[in-house]
Design a protein around this ligand. Structure first.
Ligand code: PNW
Length: 496
């Protein structure tokens, strides 16, 4: 009894002192800015409000509901179309510096084309931006986060080069209308997610499942569309609006099967990240050499008349190269890249020559693709810096999925681990200037519907009022933003 009591006292009093000494002071640099994110289709709802046109995700979820885990859709979602003031109040109360959100294309161009503009659609974004600014929160606008007018999808979507001009028209309107009040733009969110998931696979709209074919064509047009919007901003808007514009790329980290294999992780980096980043951020531009070589070779062996990986002209290579003021990085998880043996003259497996797996020891999340690997975050920041130089990196998304618990300690642990690795990477010389958490509120998680939740604020999707409730992680962020320091997880594990 005596022994237990003294042990208890020892833990009560000595523990915190010991911990305080062992824990480093993880402060954020002075000019570092922290925000939270969402995307139009995932939060807005109001799918046909105020004359909004039908988009590809409206069509996909209404016509192929079996594609979504809980057969749900974004018709109402978080109802942020009506409740945006509440969202802004939450952002302000937690203390975020940034709000990254996207513009619903078919809310602005209901017919899909730029000759008919919805005044009400535009007004919604003016109201949201004004509300943010009057509360001291910097708006960060993603022009395109996966939803486009369904008519454009019927015409082939991103596989049709027509999309390049359609996207440019949409971007021009966004700059004209919102540019005077918005200093941070991202053209397109995560091209590989919808090119591979939507045109190459079945996970995202339109689920064409044309693997290793349509996804390359999609990316080709995305890169052209991005570059065209960037040049337009440069030539027509930058001098008066003076903002920053870039693109948001998902780059995960690849470890080798063992420490001796440094080659396969490198190849995996080029396929996962370089496919989008090399044409824009490398000194020479164009697709990574390894992709060119392996896909050209596979296409030849398979009897295609030309490579399935399209080619840019030298003029196009130059036009796309350097079209970003920052590197927008979405990072969530890591993988292990395992090489696949190949005989001369045979095809490279998956065009890549490796497959990806995970370490069973990595902690899991509610999303099957998301394992918790904080050191991978530091590694990818250092890898991007090494590969593309010191351009500022904005972490535009990072977050953790569970099933919606308010007591979300695992999410706090995730954020603590990942942010700590980011601070180490900054210390190592990575030029990271912005960090944006995904997501401010629970929302429509694409093919996972409302089953998997990324919010630091809970949303009750059974309540017509879509009540918002802070999770523990929201309180953690509030304390972090006040102190501008990483706060130890153990302070939040008790019921405080
Ligand atoms: C992002 N991966 O998608 C999207 O930008 C968000 O809209 C989405 O809600 C969020 O992450 C969570 O899923 C990703 O496989 C999808 O590594 C897949 C991956 C990463 C990001």
């Amino acid at each position: 009894m005596r022994f237990t009591l003294s042990l208890f006292l020892l833990r009560m009093f000595i523990g915190p002192i010991l911990r305080a000494h062992c824990e480093q002071d993880w402060s954020f640099p002075k000019d570092f800015r922290i925000g939270a994110a969402s995307a139009a289709y995932q939060v807005e709802g109001g799918w046909n409000a105020s004359g909004k046109g039908e988009n590809n995700w409206d069509w996909f979820t209404h016509n192929k509901p079996w594609s979504i885990a809980d057969q749900s859709n974004g018709d109402v979602a978080c109802d942020s179309f009506h409740k945006y003031k509440e969202d802004v109040a939450i952002l302000k109360d937690i203390g975020f510096n940034f709000y990254r959100f996207s513009i619903s294309w078919s809310r602005i161009f209901p017919t899909g084309f730029s000759n008919k503009i919805s005044k009400e659609g535009i007004q919604y974004y003016h109201d949201l931006i004004d509300e943010l600014r009057s509360n001291g929160i910097e708006p960060f606008v993603t022009i395109y986060h996966w939803d486009h007018p369904q008519i454009l999808e019927q015409m082939g979507g991103w596989v049709n080069e027509l999309m390049v001009d359609s996207f440019t028209d949409f971007s021009r309107l966004v700059f004209q209308e919102f540019g005077p009040k918005v200093k941070y733009f991202a053209t397109i969110n995560e091209p590989s997610s919808f090119c591979s998931g939507g045109y190459g696979g079945t996970l995202k709209a339109p689920a064409w499942n044309l693997t290793l074919n349509a996804e390359y064509m999609c990316m080709h047009n995305v890169l052209k569309a991005h570059a065209k919007a960037y040049h337009m901003y440069d030539q027509e808007f930058r001098s008066t609006q003076n903002g920053k514009i870039g693109i948001v790329l998902p780059c995960q980290y690849y470890f080798g099967q063992d420490n001796n294999d440094t080659v396969t992780p490198d190849i995996a980096f080029q396929y996962d990240c370089g496919w989008m980043a090399h044409p824009i951020f490398s000194k020479v531009g164009d697709y990574p050499k390894i992709m060119r070589k392996r896909i050209d070779e596979n296409s030849r062996i398979q009897g295609w008349p030309r490579s399935r990986l399209p080619t840019f002209t030298q003029k196009e290579v130059e036009y796309i190269r350097g079209t970003a003021d920052y590197f927008g990085l979405n990072h969530y998880t890591s993988y292990i890249a395992v090489p696949v043996k190949r005989e001369t003259g045979k095809v490279w497996e998956n065009d890549r020559g490796y497959y990806q797996t995970v370490d069973p020891k990595w902690p899991v999340s509610a999303s099957s693709w998301l394992k918790v690997v904080p050191e991978g975050f530091g590694n990818i920041l250092r890898r991007i810096t090494k590969e593309y130089g010191k351009l500022p990196i904005y972490v535009t998304e990072n977050g953790y999925a569970d099933h919606g618990s308010l007591n979300d300690i695992e999410r706090i642990k995730y954020y603590y681990g990942y942010l700590k690795e980011m601070l180490v990477a900054i210390n190592d010389g990575c030029n990271v200037k912005v960090y944006i958490a995904w997501s401010i509120i629970d929302n429509f998680e694409w093919q996972d519907g409302y089953k998997n939740r990324f919010g630091i604020v809970h949303v009750d999707f059974n309540d017509p009022g879509r009540k918002r409730t802070y999770k523990k992680s929201a309180k953690w962020y509030k304390d972090l933003l006040k102190s501008r320091k990483l706060l130890p997880v153990h302070n939040y594990t008790n019921n405080n």
